[in-house]
Design a protein around this ligand. Structure first.
Ligand code: NOJ
Length: 746
């Protein structure tokens, strides 16, 4: 093929010149911008989806052919949802070799917990509290994605959420801003590495800016109405952490926040993010979120929506077809200043330069690398390691777990145990269906035991990703009888229950968060005949499993552990891996308690009290089922000798943690503070430090923390960070509930 690309570029003195060695990226961007027409700049601000994967309402305008034509005419800056080197190359050729300036496209994709090889869902990864492992998981995801031609992921989602009904909690780091911030950093660094131009790293996106996780009643896309204290102290910190970690792009959100759709929010995007925080990457809208401002009742039509979004600082339009159709006219009419277009195009081009796309637009398009990377041993080993670290042991009465490796008859029951799809979780478009190792397969290698499988009650028939409703069996309990029979004849039952893979994720909010379908009925029937039940939960959100907690001796929260599910679960159940995960989100006793979170305020009427006038329900406890930070191990740990000292305005904290068991294990040592009197009330507890330590059986370890102004202050209602003197409780323990406490005065 004639390399029109280089000929054109040389002829126009464009890219060949701007990539010359001794210019800074900013110089190169300026040189290129100077050559661009207004339409070409606006083109950079336009992003289309391919037709491979559609991750939003189907594109209303434009056939594939028309869209290709737009790429040729320089009216497209980015494409999302393109799969595989061949297809990426084809599209890149259109932009690079056939458009006037040959500006390469940037290819985005939702690489959320892996591309082809799936690590556990992000909420599960967060349960590891293992920043190194999380960073490594993002690094592996980037490596796989980059090998398929992609150079930009729409991850990490750093939305804090306190509502387990919201389907997208599976995609985040849970309820806590401190843990969420550390994980945001780890993921950004994992995806981007320390060299964005490496062919193995990709640009990351902090999303969804902002307050998407505070959708009223946990219903996706719903309104967020949030006070300033919560906005500054809970919602924004992980976004700020992502900026500080060098994240190159942001995505705004579908929701309105306090009456203004985030996509049109000047304060969030221009003043705070690009202004105060100095973010110099670019902001992509969420899918159609520009045009959706019409439905919000904020914009009159697509043109007005473009005006509002561009003025507010949304740099790239994902699938609204609004900028490409209206921005030029808006500039001509003086409604959008051209400097704003220049700024947006500059930001987008800068990231393209940083990725090295101008030096080699096909650097991610190596088919040999693609085939040797996808699903290779490094990927699988990484996914397995992450999956084991993500699991949380919720209950283990009389040390039922780990199970012996031989000599027992074990019944594995539950449709999910034999499912190779659900364990992959949602947001896994790059994975082929049915590629997870199932629990049944995973257990097969521990064949010293006699293992039998029985499906039991049917949970669902098939899995259709875009189905309006997940068709869960609510009527046919015919499988229970056989399951009970098998349970009766076995020494131990491993009962795998939970949600199927598409029951959480975007658009998958649930009003009830118990075990779906007839699984509860089956569980109760099995418990009648066999007490040795290990409940393995596979789900994308906290579940309300109060009955199970009261009746079942052992419960393992496996989440949706990804490609290596069955191996990971088997290794934990048989004790080859000692569980070390801790919950990143509170588990309620009942959905009626939601939103429920550990770092709540005390109120003026905390309880319990012996009169009714305190903050509580008459028919439900305030206590969660399992608190934030909770998780057991096959080891047991004892905390002692908490000591605190104030040195030069810093607080030094140390504690001794002893492994009192005969098994080596890991513990996440957590430090919480309470600022007892403040000019804006502070929560009853706030996580401000944690360390995951490995302690040999019978041994002790001293764990130390240093608290500085960074941990001891808070944002007041003007968004100003302040540190106020006074008394602070310092609490250290193995969860947000347990702890040694000391009080210091600053
Ligand atoms: C909509 C989702 O909200 C967002 O997170 C995702 O990145 C885009 N669709 C693109 O798939």
């Amino acid at each position: 093929m004639i390399r029109l690309y280089s000929i054109l570029l040389l002829g126009l003195m464009s890219c060949a010149t701007v990539t010359s060695q001794n210019k800074t990226v900013d110089d190169k961007v300026d040189d290129l911008l100077a050559k661009m027409t207004l339409e070409e700049k606006i083109g950079q601000m336009n992003q289309y989806s391919s037709f491979f994967d559609v991750t939003g309402p189907a594109p209303k305008e434009g056939s594939a052919k028309e869209r290709y034509e737009h790429i040729r005419s320089g009216r497209v800056g980015s494409v999302l949802n393109v799969r595989g080197v061949k297809e990426v190359r084809k599209m890149q050729e259109l932009a690079v070799e056939e458009s006037r300036l040959g500006i390469p496209l940037i290819f985005g994709y939702d690489v959320i917990h892996g591309y082809s090889t799936q690590a556990p869902i992000p909420l599960a990864e967060s349960a590891s509290w293992d920043l190194e492992a999380i960073q490594n998981s993002a690094r592996l995801a980037a490596k796989e994605a980059a090998a398929t031609g992609l150079n930009w992921t729409f991850a990490p989602m750093v939305d804090i959420s306190r509502d387990a009904r919201w389907g997208r909690v599976m995609e985040g780091a849970g309820e806590d801003p401190y843990l969420g911030s550390r994980i945001a950093e780890a993921r950004v660094i994992g995806f981007q590495g320390d060299d964005l131009s490496s062919p193995e790293t990709i640009a990351a996106t902090a999303k969804h800016f902002a307050a998407y996780g505070f959708a009223e009643s946990g219903k996706d896309y719903n309104t967020a109405d949030v006070g300033l204290s919560t906005l500054y102290n809970v919602i924004l910190p992980p976004f700020k952490a992502a900026v500080d970690a060098g994240v190159r792009t942001f995505m705004n959100s579908f929701n309105e926040l306090n009456g203004v759709p985030a996509t049109g929010d000047v304060f969030l995007q221009r003043e705070l993010l690009k202004g105060e925080w100095g973010f110099n990457g670019f902001i992509v809208s969420d899918w159609g979120s520009i045009i959706e401002m019409v439905d919000h009742g904020y914009a009159a039509d697509a043109k007005h929506a473009s005006e509002l979004a561009a003025n507010a600082g949304s740099d790239m339009d994902m699938e609204s077809n609004a900028y490409v159709n209206h921005l030029a006219a808006l500039v001509a009419e003086g409604k959008v200043d051209e400097t704003k277009i220049n700024d947006a195009a500059r930001r987008i081009l800068k990231v393209k330069f940083e990725l090295g796309l101008f030096d080699d637009p096909y650097k991610y398009c190596d088919e040999a690398r693609e085939s040797s990377t996808l699903g290779n041993t490094e990927q699988k080993e990484g996914a397995l390691d992450m999956a084991k670290k993500s699991m949380v042991l919720l209950k283990n009465q009389d040390n039922l777990l780990p199970l012996p490796k031989s000599g027992k008859k074990i019944a594995i029951i539950g449709q999910l145990a034999n499912d190779k799809n659900s364990p992959l979780g949602n947001w896994r478009m790059g994975a082929s269906d049915n590629t997870a190792v199932s629990v049944v397969e995973g257990f097969a290698q521990y064949s010293g035991n006699k293992v039998v499988y029985e499906q039991g009650v049917k949970l669902f028939d098939g899995q259709e990703i875009f189905a309006m409703h997940i068709d869960v069996n609510e009527d046919d309990n015919s499988g229970i009888e056989e399951a009970v029979k098998v349970a009766q004849e076995s020494d131990v039952v491993v009962l795998v229950v939970g949600e199927h893979g598409y029951m959480s994720g975007e658009g998958r909010s649930r009003a009830n968060i118990g075990l779906p379908g007839l699984q509860q009925e089956m569980l109760e029937a099995i418990m009648e005949v066999n007490n040795n039940v290990v409940l393995v939960l596979m789900n994308g959100r906290p579940l309300a499993i109060n009955w199970a907690d009261q009746h079942v001796p052992a419960i393992l929260e496996a989440w949706q552990p990804g490609t290596m599910s069955g191996d990971a679960i088997a290794q934990v159940v048989f004790g080859d891996y000692n569980p070390s995960g801790k919950l990143p989100m509170t588990f309620p006793k009942d959905v009626a308690q939601v939103p429920i979170y550990y770092n709540h305020k005390n109120t003026g009427r905390p309880g319990p009290k012996d009169v009714v006038f305190w903050s509580h329900y008459s028919d439900m406890t305030n206590e969660p089922l399992y608190p934030f930070g909770y998780g057991l191990s096959y080891s047991s740990f004892e905390y002692s000798d908490l000591s605190t000292a104030t040195v030069d305005g810093k607080v030094k904290v140390s504690v001794t943690v002893k492994n009192t068991s005969s098994v080596d294990g890991e513990e996440v040592v957590q430090l919480y503070i309470r600022d007892k009197v403040a000019s804006v009330t502070r929560p009853v507890k706030e996580l401000k430090g944690f360390e995951k330590v490995s302690i040999k059986a019978g041994e002790s370890q001293q764990v130390s923390f240093t608290l500085t102004d960074k941990e001891l202050g808070f944002y007041n209602n003007k968004g100003v960070y302040i540190v106020e003197p006074g008394e602070f409780d310092i609490m250290v323990g193995g969860s947000s509930a347990a702890g040694l406490t000391d009080t210091i005065t600053l």
